[in-house]
Design a protein around this ligand. Sequence first.
Ligand code: DQA
Length: 147
Amino acid sequence: FEILMLNGPNLNMLGKREPEIYGAQTLDEIVALLTTQANEQAIKLSHLQSNAEHLLIEAIHQAYQKVDFIIINPTAFTHTSVAIRDALLSVAIPFIEVHLSNVHAREEFRHHSYFSDIAKGVICGLGTEGYSFALQSAHTWLKKNKS
Ligand code: DQA
């Protein structure tokens, strides 16, 4: 199976950025952890972090008919981007939405997501472990539905 992990704006600052909210782990550490987990299950994991909306959209387009599952933390685009939502709908690749923080316990503007109603599932508030749960769940789903 091929799984694509996408991370939106400001996650390159992980570890430095508001650690009381987002934790001390860096994005490189999270990607390394997930890669190990993926290798153990013979999953090919690719990853892109971008601060640019169009690069995330292009990565989704390129995944068309290649990638089996997407794990995405759209970060601030969660609350703004009809364009990324439409890109995910256009390729029809199942995805899980992940947030490090519990967006529902934060500002009102973080309570709405343009992704949750079209996601297979949503994980938030569990920190970096959320990505790991998402990968595990994606694998279970793929084994059941795509093999
Ligand atoms: C986030 C939550 C978003 O509201 C915020 O804009 C982020 C990160 C999270 O992982 O908790 O940048 O997606």
